[in-house]
Design a protein around this ligand. Structure first.
Ligand code: NZQ
Ligand code: ZN
Length: 389
């Protein structure tokens, strides 16, 4: 077990009354706030009016930045920083999913400096200090509501990369599961995959000493596998939406990764797919994950698949470990592509092999490899992309 510091200072208001606290919380930070949001779903479902009403009732002046796209662009970040500086705004409230929250993290840090925010990525400049960020989560997926990081896209360079700092972790997050009732089937499915993938990225690691965290992750995975399909069929099932929402936060808020030697594998491969083809993050993860598992499953790695199979998928514990691994992959394929109704290969979503060389190299980054549960070279990554066709 490695040494670690556990420090998750995001205050969470959870439940169908969460928005009632917005005004009093915002007031603690500022009397001028930037409200950021995406393509307008919050106007269709009434969240916008409710948030605005609460903020204005508490005497906070609200400025707005809308139009933040899925796979958020650095251009939105630049625009947000411009407004913050011009109006001398004291905090940001991001209302949306991971895209709106991530872009707002870059705004929060970018507002404090004079250089272009892409330098947080290209020159690895620290995202500190940062303006206080508050979030109203409208879909369960990324966990951005409770983590430090953000992922941002530069369309000019076909790059989608992440950065973050403890200063960009939200100060307060309002998690009301009823706000996710209007998330459509497809986004609910993609969000479910994303949560599960965050747990996999921590679960599949080379640290054999994290018995306690492994068992907690198995419970989180069971939760997501149980409630994802229910939320798809019954979008207004509070229990399902609430379990998914809280699982999304705990999958990535640092608790299950504390002390482990995990290194994320499928996410860097997926980020290349969404950087080049602008696909939904969770869909890319669904297509890649079972293929990655097939690629890395062998006598040496089978014990981890065995734990997953027996403890999460209820597979017969008397079977051979490798056999259990193969059944896990089958069950996962069924979960992603039948239960969650997602497309199962890249060709079906219009992606061919033409950029695989370029994407494989970029996925391996400056180190030239992905040091995960099983180390992958660009050639390995290319092979995994090819398996997804
Ligand atoms: O744009 P709006 O109108 O808000 O519509 C959004 C968008 O079209 C819609 N939506 C959200 N809440 C809704 C709703 N529609 C109806 N009712 C609601 N209540 O859903 C669509 C997708 O939204 P988006 O924010 O893009 O989804 P998600 O939360 O999955 O975020 C994805 C982004 O987060 C990054 C991904 O790479 C991707 O760029 N990630 C961020 C992470 C982090 N910060 O830690 C980790 C993740 O691994 C991930 O990489
Ligand atoms: Zn993710």
């Amino acid at each position: 077990m490695l040494n670690f510091t556990y420090d998750i200072p995001t205050k969470v208001h959870f439940g169908d009354d969460a928005l009632d606290y917005i005004g009093e919380e915002a007031r603690k930070f500022t009397d001028k706030i930037l409200l950021t949001y995406g393509g307008g779903s919050i106007k269709d479902n009434g969240i916008y009016e409710k948030v605005l009403l609460e903020l204005e009732a508490s005497g906070v002046k609200v400025y707005e930045l809308s139009g933040i796209k899925p796979n958020p662009r650095i251009d939105s970040v630049r625009e947000g920083i411009r407004i913050i500086k011009e109006k001398e705004i004291g905090a940001i409230i991001a209302v949306g999913g991971g895209s709106t929250i991530d872009a707002s993290k870059f705004m929060a840090a970018g507002a404090m400096v004079d250089f272009d925010p892409w330098k947080f990525i290209s020159e690895n400049k620290p995202m500190s200090p940062a303006l206080p960020l508050l979030t109203v989560l409208t879909m369960a997926a990324t966990g951005s509501e409770m983590d430090c990081g953000g992922v941002i896209t530069n369309l000019e360079t076909n790059e989608k990369l992440s950065s973050g700092h403890k200063d960009t972790r939200p100060k307060v997050s309002f998690l009301d599961p009823t706000l996710t009732y209007t998330v459509n089937k497809y986004q609910t499915a993609c969000g479910t995959v994303d949560i599960l993938s965050h747990i996999f990225e921590n679960y599949f690691n080379v640290d054999e000493s994290m018995y306690m965290l492994d068992r907690i992750m198995e419970s989180l995975m069971k939760t997501v596998i149980k409630y994802g399909p229910i939320a798809l069929k019954e979008p207004e099932n509070y229990e399902a939406r609430a379990n998914l929402m809280w699982a999304s936060s705990w999958a990535i808020n640092g608790f299950v990764s504390a002390s482990s030697k995990s290194s994320w594998t499928v996410h860097p491969m997926e980020h290349e797919l969404s950087a080049f083809y602008d696909i939904t993050h969770g869909l890319g993860l669904a297509i890649l994950t079972p293929r990655w598992m097939e690629y890395v499953l062998n006598e040496k790695t089978a014990h981890k698949f065995y734990d997953l199979g027996v403890n999460v998928f209820d597979i017969d514990k008397n079977l051979d470990k490798l056999e259990v691994g193969k059944i896990v992959i089958k069950k996962l394929n069924k979960f992603f592509f039948k239960d969650l109704e997602l497309d199962s290969n890249l060709k079906d979503i219009g992606i061919d092999e033409s950029k695989f060389d370029q994407m494989s190299k970029k996925a391996c980054g400056k180190k030239g490899k992905i040091e995960g549960f099983v180390e992958l070279s660009p050639a390995d990554v290319k092979e995994i992309y090819s398996m997804c066709l």
